[in-house]
Design a protein around this ligand. Structure first.
Ligand SMILES: *[C@@H]1O[C@H](CO)[C@@H](O)[C@H](O)[C@H]1NC(C)=O
Ligand SMILES: *[C@@H]1O[C@H](CO)[C@@H](O)[C@H](O)[C@H]1NC(C)=O
Ligand SMILES: *[C@@H]1O[C@H](CO)[C@@H](O)[C@H](O)[C@H]1NC(C)=O
Ligand SMILES: *[C@@H]1O[C@H](CO)[C@@H](O)[C@H](O)[C@H]1NC(C)=O
Ligand SMILES: *[C@@H]1O[C@H](CO)[C@@H](O)[C@H](O)[C@H]1NC(C)=O
Ligand SMILES: *[C@@H]1O[C@H](CO)[C@@H](O)[C@H](O)[C@H]1NC(C)=O
Ligand SMILES: *[C@@H]1O[C@H](CO)[C@@H](O)[C@H](O)[C@H]1NC(C)=O
Ligand SMILES: [Zn+2]
Length: 507
């Protein structure tokens, strides 16, 4: 078939050169059944066949060079929002899509993003340094960024009502149980009552890596503490024993402007859009080549290869910023959609971490029972594809850890795939996927070593082919895919029971 030879030709050329060779240039025979100059309707197999590891890795190398722009300010490569590495990433995405000419309309969406940085912290309880104490994300510093002294005051219930806080907490340190309401609410109540710091202790043995979320002027310096370390303290406090404490957090919370990049096909029904996203930013600790350089690159590559085809439905690609600070870009995007614009998005597919070195092929367990109708059909599309490829897969919780969260909460069906973060690979998973049991799926998750060595090309290619399949399938036809249930979306509350907002717990 004419197509096959045409595609083989394109696929054989790697690097930038291929982008400049139009698929149907005048010396390539126009295939039968298509009017002259028109493109064939997107075909999943053909789109998948255009995905190559070489092309993905050329882009990964480019992204690592861009991350190095962050070295001047951070002393190591990073693409965290506000860094030169991140603005370089945005420029790269924008330019790559711009090269594709009028196939896409590109837009920048600027939004305010809070970013917090803890420079130093310490918590001493009685005469012991609290080993599990972890400052909450977006915590303010202690007064004058100096250590503060006070007695621990046990707060009643879960500290979700201001009445749970005794007046005696004024000038002292609030000791609050985790649960029921967000950490930010507890910190705010403590601050209003005049506490000088707050500690949220876990109800389980382990520590709490949380975030206060959106800053409030009443937030005070707040730590998470493990249930294990909290237990003897609670017992003493309940016996009315006094425990003095020293809390110290040197931190900063800043608001900067950054932006999402959105690219939408100019062809295809604009009333029925297939949307997908990856996040363009990394954490401050490293270059984020797997998290989420991989998804960023997969989307650029699928967007590039898609231009060789025509589409029935509009396809909208998004590169979110501020994901690592708590899904800021995607939240802002969904929150600012009018009802009419919201209704045009038939589904949202999240692609965060596509190439983990010790990977598992993970599918978000997004079911229609607790998510907008259509989420489960998308989940099943992923299942069917892995099955058809003879590959194993696992389900992971659909619990708010990435950019799909805002979509689900606003009635838009969602789902996605991933290859694993800081979860430990089980023995069963090692049998299913190879790799090393007992190690993290991504051993460099949120660390400096998330660099070019932190990518498994096999997983990268498999994931990107599945992304291509998801785009091709729905861009071609949404027949049989549930219509948006607008009334239900407005009246039903999704996202209950979700504990994460991004990589951190918020409740
Ligand atoms: C895409 O397909 C539509 C409908 O089939 C057709 O009207 C349009 O000309 C095609 N566009 C291109 C660029 O092939
Ligand atoms: C898609 O392309 C493959 C490979 O060229 C071909 O075998 C298949 O028939 C095509 N599917 C459709 C629906 O055209
Ligand atoms: C959009 O943002 C990109 C990346 O920061 C930048 O290169 C481009 O010039 C911006 N375009 C417009 C129209 O603002
Ligand atoms: C602790 O003090 C409170 C209030 O002063 C009192 O009601 C309670 O009985 C005391 N508990 C113990 C175990 O002494
Ligand atoms: C997937 O989620 C549903 C609830 O929506 C639950 O009943 C099911 O057990 C979950 N499956 C797995 C494998 O986690
Ligand atoms: C799938 O997992 C089973 C173990 O559950 C294993 O025997 C098989 O080789 C795996 N298949 C692939 C393609 O890795
Ligand atoms: C990637 O994973 C495959 C399958 O487990 C393995 O064969 C290969 O060695 C891995 N590549 C790297 C670079 O780790
Ligand atoms: Zn991520």
């Amino acid at each position: 078939m004419v197509f096959s030879s045409g595609f083989a030709l394109c696929a054989a050329i790697t690097g930038a050169a291929a982008l400049q060779v139009p698929f149907l240039s005048s010396n390539v025979q126009t295939p039968l059944g298509h009017p002259s100059g028109s493109k064939p309707l997107v075909n999943s197999t053909e789109l998948q066949d255009l995905i190559s590891g070489d092309r993905l890795m050329i882009r990964a190398n480019k992204l690592y060079e861009i991350a190095k722009l962050g070295e001047e300010e951070f002393n190591h490569p990073t693409r965290v929002i506000g860094s030169a590495g991140h603005t370089g990433t945005l420029d790269y995405i924008y330019e790559e899509i711009l090269k594709l000419g009028d196939y896409y309309d590109i837009s920048n969406q600027s939004f305010p993003a809070v970013s917090g940085h803890v420079y130093e912290s310490r918590l001493v309880l009685g005469d012991k340094v609290a080993q599990s104490a972890a400052p909450m994300g977006l915590t303010p510093p202690t007064k004058d960024r100096e250590p503060v002294h006070g007695d621990l005051v046990l707060v009643e219930n879960s500290g979700c009502q201001s009445t749970d806080f005794p007046d005696s907490v004024k000038g002292q340190i609030a000791f609050i149980q985790r649960g029921i309401c967000p950490f930010g609410t507890k910190s705010e109540h403590a601050g209003r009552k005049g506490a000088i710091a707050a500690i949220v202790y876990n109800t389980e043995k382990d520590g709490v890596q949380g975030t206060l979320g959106n800053p409030s002027p009443y937030h005070i310096a707040t730590f998470g503490l493990s249930g294990e370390e909290a237990e003897p303290i609670i017992q003493k406090l309940q016996k009315n024993k006094t425990i003095d404490a020293i809390a110290y957090i040197d931190a900063e919370v800043n608001t900067i402007h950054t932006n999402n990049i959105i690219a939408q096909t100019t062809q295809g029904d604009p009333e029925n859009c297939v949307m997908l996203g990856a996040h363009s930013d990394s954490v401050a600790e490293g270059p984020g080549i797997n998290d989420d350089g991989s998804g960023t690159i997969s989307l650029i590559e699928v967007a590039t290869q898609l231009t060789k085809f025509n589409v029935t439905n509009c396809v909208r690609f998004a590169w979110w910023a501020g994901e690592e600070e708590g899904l800021l870009g995607s939240d802002y995007y969904v929150a600012t959609l009018s009802e009419k614009e919201n209704a045009k998005i038939r589904l949202f597919m999240d692609y965060d971490m596509m190439a983990s070195p010790n990977f598992a092929y993970q599918i978000y367990n997004a079911t229609n029972a607790v998510n907008p109708h259509g989420s489960e059909e998308l989940r099943d599309l992923y299942i069917d594809w892995y099955k058809s490829q003879g590959l194993n897969y696992t389900f992971i919780p659909f619990d708010g850890r990435s950019d799909y969260d805002g979509f689900i909460r606003n009635g838009i069906p969602g789902g996605g795939i991933a290859t694993g973060a800081e979860a430990i690979k089980t023995k069963e998973e090692a049998e299913m996927f190879g790799g090393k049991a007992g190690s993290w799926l991504d051993p460099c998750y949120h660390q400096l070593c998330d660099d070019l060595g932190n990518v498994n090309v096999t997983a990268f290619v498999v994931s990107t082919k599945l992304i291509a399949h998801s785009v091709a399938t729905y861009a071609k036809s949404l027949k049989g895919f549930p219509e948006r249930e607008l009334d239900i979306a407005a009246s039903k509350v999704y996202g209950e029971g979700v504990k994460y907002h991004g990589s951190k717990l918020f409740i």
